[in-house]
Design a protein around this ligand. Structure first.
Ligand code: FAD
Ligand code: NAG
Ligand code: NAG
Ligand code: NAG
Ligand code: NAG
Ligand code: NAG
Length: 510
């Protein structure tokens, strides 16, 4: 007994001494977890099971991680004994089935499978995941865990909406299969689990025949949107969103719909993040100077707006720029795409951002956007010009209602608000200066705006795009009956709470 206590203490000490940060996609200086004791890179589901079993035996906290495509230090709890299971190398795809003439089928994917990888696999087999996709180098498991979504009021676009079964390694190291069943609290908790039920090991995912879509974009005046029928601008399309340019007082309105495959030979390929080093350096210079000089931010927004007005698409077969709307191509290439050959991402070249994302009932879309406009105008009255400091403006997305316990677009909640028509998401990325104290120009503005929106409107935070401060403030809007039902399922899956996270702690479900 004494000996094992001693060994345990020594082990614990060595762990503390070697505690290392586990970073997000932004790399060093951007911890997803401040202190972890070890990062495992298993290569099979069985290996993940044995890691969880041994962690369960020693009461060691565990978190799974896909590609680290999240912001802020909210992945783990602050317990430095935490171990990470990186799922990257557990990325098998199997049991694809889509019969000739069938309207849908399914495929089994392992935890580490990314959208990019699955899209390529499916395209080769004339299949796709429809609209239940988000950006590229991100795992489906990580997306489902955190309730990620595309932008649509018409089609299901929560990634979880495509899941038919979620296989979770629970807190005892048992692999549980949870099948889609809206009458089961296990399913409704697993659908947006925040990683608190265990490691998502596999997902049986719904697939559809591949199809072509068009993408088109219009420029609207701010008045057209703020005083317009926002629902009617978004809901007719399979997927649609706005990008807001508050200094220009304009919106880009982007929309996509399916088209017959023979409509065009064009194979458009979208890229949201591709930049050259030279472009990144210009942006970095301008935006860093905007930490001190609003005129630089004004110049940056004007430049970004002009660049973003042209299609951010190339022809896949030739890599030639596509210069006019509409753009045609295959589902995934047009809806998401990836990186142009020879280009890097913004963050590869040191352009990093902060963000904030809150969802509101779409019935209050005009009021929310007008409230944000008022916040910009209030600064203007003080002589302070606020702008968007992000390459594609402020991202305004939408989500069709989808019922589960902790999803951003769930319905029928105790707040009595009408979420049934869907949600509008205000996703406000902003440049993080690489100079000085890294605070943004007029830093308090961002915090005050978040607080105002949270206090004045029913809203729900995106689970990977907000600070601890925002979660603390926003938790009052999360239905307490949903939290209680979620907690009850969590206790069944993980009685010792080894999968805890700061989000779980803030919500009071761990
Ligand atoms: C460039 C970029 C674009 C994005 N676009 C969108 C978008 O269009 N829409 C949207 O909604 N979101 C978007 N996101 C957010 C992104 O979808 C989520 O942050 C997602 O959770 C990241 O998945 P990941 O595989 O990188 O997981 P990580 O970042 O590694 O993990 C995220 C969280 O999920 C947990 N987790 C990961 N894998 C598992 C698993 N197998 N089992 C249990 N828990 C797990 C982790 O513990 C952590 O808490 C974007 C992010 C980036 C960086
Ligand atoms: C991380 O762990 C080290 C050593 O255990 C400790 O000194 C430090 O305060 C911890 N940092 C955070 C942010 O928790
Ligand atoms: C694939 O299907 C077969 C037959 O139904 C089944 O035995 C196998 O377990 C499945 N594979 C996975 C990874 O689920
Ligand atoms: C995909 O569809 C095309 C055109 O319909 C067809 O020629 C091809 O054989 C199909 N490929 C597969 C793998 O089914
Ligand atoms: C995806 O992420 C991996 C690392 O996790 C990286 O090696 C790869 O280059 C990335 N792909 C793209 C297209 O960014
Ligand atoms: C595309 O195919 C459909 C039938 O599949 C046909 O009716 C239509 O004329 C074709 N359109 C073009 C532009 O070839």
């Amino acid at each position: 007994m004494a000996r094992s206590t001693f060994l345990f203490a020594a082990f614990a000490l060595s762990k503390l001494a070697t505690a290392i940060p586990f970073n997000t996609f932004d790399g060093e200086g951007f911890p997803a977890c401040h202190n972890v004791s070890r990062v495992y890179d298993p290569t099979s589901v069985d290996e993940m099971v044995s890691i969880v079993r041994s962690a369960a035996n020693s009461g060691t906290p565990v978190r799974a991680s896909g590609k680290g495509h999240m912001w802020y230090d909210t992945m783990c709890s602050d317990d430095p004994a935490t171990v990470i299971i990186r799922t990257e190398n557990v990325n098998g795809i199997s049991n694809f089935s889509l019969s000739e003439g069938a309207s849908d089928g399914s495929v089994m994917i392992d935890a580490g499978v990314t959208f990019l990888q699955l899209a390529e696999y499916l395209h080769e087999r004339n299949a796709s995941v429809g609209y239940t996709l988000v950006n590229w180098n991100i795992t489906l498991a990580g997306s489902i865990a955190m309730g990620a979504h595309r932008s649509s009021l018409k089609e299901d676009s929560m990634v979880a909406a495509g899941a038919l079964e979620i296989h979770i390694i629970d807190g005892s190291g048992n692999l549980r299969i949870i099948k889609r069943d809206e009458n089961s609290d296990e399913w409704l908790a697993a659908s947006t689990s925040l990683g608190l039920l265990g490691v998502i090991a596999r997902i049986k995912f719904k697939v559809y025949p591949d199809f072509k879509v068009y993408a088109k974009q219009d420029t609207l005046s701010e008045d057209d949107v703020l005083n317009g029928d926002i629902y009617s601008l978004i809901s007719p399309y399979a997927t649609a969103n706005f990008w807001w340019w508050p200094y220009m007082r304009k919106f880009h309105h982007r929309y996509y719909d399916p088209v017959p495959a023979n409509i065009s030979d064009q194979e458009g390929f979208q890229s949201t993040f591709s930049v050259t080093k030279a472009e990144a350096d210009i942006a970095l210079g301008l935006l860093n100077s905007g930490k001190y000089l609003p005129t630089s931010n004004m110049a940056a927004e004007t430049l970004f707006f002009a660049l973003w007005s042209a299609p951010n698409f190339r022809e896949k077969k030739t890599d030639a720029a596509i210069l006019s709307w509409p753009v045609y191509g295959w589902n995934y290439d047009v809806l998401i795409g990836g990186l142009y050959p020879g280009y890097g991402t913004e963050w590869d070249f040191g352009l990093r951002g902060y963000t904030l994302e809150l969802a509101f009932p779409v019935t209050q879309a005009n009021a929310v956007l007008k409230r944000v406009r008022k916040a910009f105008d209030d600064e203007l009255k003080k002589g302070i010009v606020m702008t968007s400091t992000y390459r594609s403006g402020i991202n305004i997305k939408f989500g069709k209602a989808y019922f589960d316990l902790l999803g951003q677009v769930t319905t029928g909640t105790a707040d009595g608000e009408d979420w049934s028509k869907g949600a509008i998401m205000f996703d406000f990325p902003s440049f993080r200066p690489t100079v000085g104290d890294h605070l943004r120009f007029n830093e308090p503005f961002y915090h005050n705006l978040a607080t105002a929106l949270i206090d004045e409107f029913p809203c729900r935070p995106h689970w990977t795009k907000n600070t601890r401060e925002v979660f603390e403030q926003a938790k009052k809007h999360i239905d307490s009956a949903h939290l209680a039902r979620f907690k009850a399922v969590r206790e069944k899956f993980d009685s010792k709470g080894i999968f805890k996270s700061v989000i779980g702690e803030i919500l009071g479900v761990v």
